[in-house]
Design a protein around this ligand. Structure first.
Ligand code: NAD
Ligand code: ZN
Length: 369
């Protein structure tokens, strides 16, 4: 039996269902949560080839009318305005009305793009997330952030649009390339560090999960979603002054700078950048005296054990400290030019702060780079 996790939003509470074989049972799982049985499925070509037939059969068995199947090219390049327009045209040309649900079947790219399309089509259609990457199952499918990239930067156009339900079918992870699976672990490790006991479980079972152990993957998805659901429910629109959703940015100030420096050319997957960011956040925490000196070593040791880069030196290219600092100052979450960081006192003890001397960050990047 799949596990069901509540995301306790006051206006639109929903459930994250975690288990295997969910695609084949999608009709029965979805119908109680949707206004009609009309749906439009959005996917990418790789995921559609592997998993759309199973989902289609599951929906048809539940009496669903699949109005459209929209397939975009795989990869970050599809998260753009032109593709949003294309998805909208195809969904609406197929006769979607206000009770037609948009279903995203795929990774974070498809989820963000289809979710944004659902948010704006006819001023808002019901939306369902069926994430198929580890990253999407543990992170992007929960929380309601949708959007596309602009030339000016990543995720700069978007909307909050919560799904009616999330089906995280961990069986779909069996076809995911190993590098994508490991990248998703970057976010699992982040959730572990935020939560506490989950961190110790990551250290014990991470390598088994990365070897494809289905029970370890199921546990990682379930506990990650539990952590994220709790944080999101307490701060739906990221308005909390301290803590709240901002804690989910642990490692991300560094990660975004590394990704931006690479120009999103595929050298560095988001989860890999996050892994390095976690190592740097731990190292910065230690340098500023917030945690034990041996703590960064422990964080980096785990990341290395699951095959993730843990420090800038593990990456296939070099970075200039000045360039990275310049990127961090321009991060979308930077208000009034002050860099904000999430730091750690230990596992389960993260906090947000704007009180980090830029010299400390610069020195860290020079020494680690
Ligand atoms: P992705 O969607 O590009 O998927 C990665 C690759 O895996 C793609 O080539 C895809 O075709 C393939 N794939 C997906 N599922 C597969 C499967 N089961 N078997 C085989 N291949 C499969 O990338 P991603 O890492 O899932 O998501 C990254 C995106 O998520 C970024 O754009 C990022 O900004 C976004 N994101 C959003 C949020 C949010 O809160 N909305 C949070 C984190 C990340
Ligand atoms: Zn992330």
């Amino acid at each position: 039996r799949p596990a069901r996790l509540p995301v306790a939003l006051s206006a639109n509470p929903y459930e994250v269902v975690v288990g295997t074989g969910l695609l084949a049972r999608a009709g029965g799982l979805l119908s109680p949560h949707l206004p009609s049985r009309r749906v439009a499925v959005v996917s990418d070509a790789s995921v559609a080839a592997l998993h759309l037939p199973t989902l289609r059969a599951g929906l048809e068995e539940g009496g669903f009318d699949i109005r459209a199947e929209v397939t975009v090219p795989p990869g970050e390049g599809s998260k753009r305005m032109g593709m949003l327009e294309e998805v909208l045209e195809q969904v609406l040309a197929a006769g979607a009305d206000r009770s037609t649900t948009v279903i995203a079947l795929g990774g974070g790219v498809v989820g963000d793009l289809a979710g944004f399309a659902a948010a704006v089509a006819l001023r808002g259609l019901p939306f369902v997330q069926i994430p198929t990457t580890l990253l999407a199952q543990v992170d992007s499918s929960v929380g309601g952030k949708t959007g596309v990239n602009l030339r000016t930067g990543k995720n700069l156009a978007g909307a909050f649009h919560q799904p009616r339900i999330v089906l995280a079918d961990t069986g779909t992870l069996a076809t995911l390339p190993a590098r994508e699976l490991r990248a998703g672990w970057g976010e699992v490790a982040k959730h572990g560090l935020l939560q506490g006991p989950l961190w110790e479980w990551c250290e014990a079972c991470g390598p088994a999960a990365m070897a494809g152990d289905p029970e370890a993957l199921r546990h990682a998805v379930l506990e990650s979603c539990r952590l994220k659901a709790g944080v999101v429910a307490a701060d739906e629109f990221e308005t909390a002054k301290d803590g709240g959703r901002a804690l989910l940015n642990l490692g991300h100030t560094f990660a975004h700078a590394l990704e931006a420096e690479c120009g999103y050319d595929g050298t560095l997957l988001h989860g890999e950048a996050v892994a390095v960011g976690l190592g740097l956040a731990a190292a910065l925490s230690a340098r500023l005296g917030h945690c034990a000196q041996e703590w960064p070593g422990r964080v980096m040791e785990h990341l290395a054990a699951v095959g993730l880069p843990a420090r800038i030196g593990d990456l296939p290219r070099s970075f200039s400290a000045e360039a990275l600092i310049g990127r961090m100052r321009k991060d979308k979450k930077v208000r009034d030019g002050t860099m904000r960081f999430v730091l750690l006192r230990g596992a389960g003890e993260a906090f947000t702060t704007a009180e980090v001397p830029p010299e400390a960050v610069e020195a860290l990047l020079r020494d680690e780079g």
